[in-house]
Design a protein around this ligand. Structure first.
Ligand code: ATP
Length: 347
């Protein structure tokens, strides 16, 4: 039996609280299985680590992580801990760029009708996947710095041919495993970089004649996500648009506590809930651990353990059928640990 080596980066705020529940879920699967075994090693990274060592992602940690089969991350950054230029610590973004984790997968699934503010949708009626380009786009300039006295500041949106093509390929590959439809979300009618992104998408789309390809401007996509989310299967988009639309989409299935994510490259992958460190509720034991547990399920899929990944999603769905199984963010009273326990109980 080969052991899967998992690097844990719980990070800051509720990241620590929800990662603990995801690890318990993985350990519960391990206990039930003859051929699944994990070795977990925890590393310190994030705003808390910056306060200790002056570096939110120490070089030894970054080097060590690369030897693991996968990285499970909580959340990083705290509003009061900032770099000299005023930006928050975001070593999770550094990891994406330095490990070239270009493929940002954000599945959006409605697990129970009570979790959506939209009328008429039940479990499974909203089921889409946002494929976010993670390494360039408008985030390309995030470390550029700026002079507060300047009369203007500008940030460029970088789209490379390689970056645009590989994220389009990733989206079509995902669609082939799903309902065979890809929607490109861009602003090709206004920005030249986006017209270039669309041209690359069109070239790649021609290689997947079995998958439907559609193109929607980002403003319309925001509208359609609220009006008719069932029309989407796979959405592929630029980094910043993906950042914004992921939160909007999370909002129609229960909020940030329900939204998992994976950042995948050729050789490495990092799995983390789509939410941040939520300083407003950190330390209270009320954070919803579901997004972190669903991120662990995505990790299982990527490690070739789809049966276990599916078992975790089924346990989440079963748990949420009971209206008593809710943390505060989704209308209940359970603590983080109690919610984790209910999900694990259904595994
Ligand atoms: P980032 O910029 O790092 O994504 P943020 O500060 O924009 O983070 P979050 O930390 O994700 O945002 O928090 C946004 C809101 O959602 C907050 O009100 C927070 O309390 C809530 N929230 C986020 N995650 C959870 C969770 N797991 N359970 C309950 N509420 C959550």
């Amino acid at each position: 039996m080969s052991q899967l080596r998992i690097a844990l980066l719980p990070g800051d705020g509720i990241g620590r609280e929800v990662t603990a529940e995801a690890v318990k879920a993985l350990q519960a699967l391990e206990a039930q299985s003859d051929d699944l075994s994990f070795a977990f090693d925890e590393f310190s990274a994030g705003a808390g680590e910056y306060l200790i060592s002056g570096d939110p992602l120490p070089a030894e940690t970054f080097a060590a992580l690369q030897a693991y089969d996968a990285v499970l991350l909580g959340a990083m950054g705290l509003p009061d801990v900032r770099r000299a230029d005023g930006a928050e610590m975001s070593p999770q973004l550094d990891l994406r760029e330095r490990l070239d984790l270009y493929n940002g997968l954000r599945p959006i699934r409605l697990y129970h009708r009570a979790l959506t503010p939209l009328k008429g949708y039940g479990a499974g009626d909203i089921d889409l996947l946002i494929v976010r380009e993670n390494t360039e786009g408008l985030f390309h300039d995030r470390n550029a710095g700026h002079d507060p006295q300047a009369e203007w500041v500008e940030n460029a949106m970088r789209i490379s041919r390689k970056g645009a093509r590989r994220i389009a390929h990733a989206a079509f590959a995902e669609a082939r495993r799903r309902r065979k439809k890809v929607t490109l979300v861009d602003k090709a009618n206004v920005l030249p970089a986006m017209a270039y992104f669309r041209a690359a998408f069109d070239e790649v789309a021609a290689e997947y004649p079995d998958v439907e390809a559609e193109r929607v401007y980002v403003d319309a996509a925001a509208l359609y996500l609220v009006q008719r989310p069932q029309a989407f299967d796979v959405i592929v988009t630029e980094n910043m648009f993906g950042d914004i639309l992921s939160d909007l989409a999370a909002g129609i299935v229960g909020g940030m506590g329900m939204a998992p994510s994976a950042d995948i490259g050729e050789n490495h992958a990092v799995f983390q809930p789509a939410h941040g460190s939520a300083p407003d509720i950190a330390g209270q034991g009320v954070a919803n651990p579901t997004a972190a547990i669903l991120s662990a399920a995505m990790m299982l899929d990527w490690l070739g353990r789809e049966a276990e990944g599916h078992a975790v999603r089924a346990a989440v769905e079963k748990t949420l059928q009971d209206a008593g199984n809710r943390t505060r963010d989704i209308g209940g009273e359970l603590s983080t640990a109690a919610m984790g326990e209910r999900i694990i109980g259904n595994l």
